[in-house]
Ligand binder design. Structure first.
Ligand code: IYR
Length: 231
């Protein structure tokens, strides 16, 4: 059993309430401008920006701090082509056979189809893997806790970091995604979680007109009970 080692929380910065309000508004503004993009430009994006976004994602909380994620950054055109071919094969199966009419109806407002040119056009594909278990030095397995939740949180922070940096992203989930592990040569403990496409939107990019729920639709504010001790 390893005992915890503590240090003061020196990296914490407290902002005055006015500044907190401003920062929270600004960040909500940045995130409200986020749209899932399907038309990407082939413009080059410096890898350093992607690395910084990955460092932000890597600072996410995770079950028992086991950080059960692997991000594979693909920019090689040949690998992107192989991923596109394999993904489109799955998508053809999905759109013509696997998807229920109900599912296709839910997707209709997004205008998606089997054609995934962005997998070749965008400068980066970030394949995100969940490590279902870890591997200890002697090859023994280390159990991972809440691995999917942890990778979901890290993915959300990565999407926010890309948006904050001024990039567009697309969460792409061809299903099943087993081809990703094969093409990218990932070990048996890693399962594909999501394929994130990142880059500049094409100048001609258009996004569907779809609604966002209002605050009242997504949150419930329970009134605080009067506490006589605090009255
Ligand atoms: N993976 C398919 C279908 C798809 C499914 C959902 I749920 C979406 O939100 C969007 C698309 C595709 O990428 O076309």
């Amino acid at each position: 059993m390893t005992e915890p080692v503590y240090q003061p929380y020196d990296s914490y910065i407290e902002y005055p309430p006015g500044e907190m309000l401003h920062r929270s508004q600004e960040f909500a503004g940045v995130m409200k401008r986020r749209r899932t993009v399907r038309d990407f430009s082939d413009r080059v994006v410096p890898l350093e920006i992607i690395k910084n976004c990955l460092l932000a994602a890597g600072a996410s909380p995770s079950g028992a701090n086991l950080q059960p994620w692997t991000f594979v950054v693909v920019s090689d055109p040949e690998i992107k082509t192989r991923i596109r071919i394999a993904a489109e094969e799955e998508e053809r199966e999905f759109y013509t056979r696997r998807a229920t009419p109900e599912w296709l109806a839910a997707l209709a407002p997004l205008g998606t189809d089997t054609n995934k040119p962005f997998l070749e056009t965008a400068p980066y594909l970030i394949a995100i893997f969940v490590q279902s278990y870890g591997l200890l030095p002697g090859g023994r397995r280390m159990k991972h806790y809440y691995a999917h939740e942890s990778v979901g949180i890290a993915t959300g922070i990565l999407i926010a970091a890309l948006q904050n940096a001024g990039l567009a992203a697309l969460t792409h989930t061809p299903s099943p995604m087993d081809f990703l592990g094969k093409i990218l040569g990932r070990p048996a403990n890693e399962r594909p979680y999501l394929l994130l496409v990142a880059g500049y939107p094409a100048p001609s990019a258009r996004v569907p007109v779809i609604p966002r729920k209002t605050l009242d639709q997504i949150a419930v504010f329970l009134p605080a009970k009067e506490n006589p001790e605090h009255a």
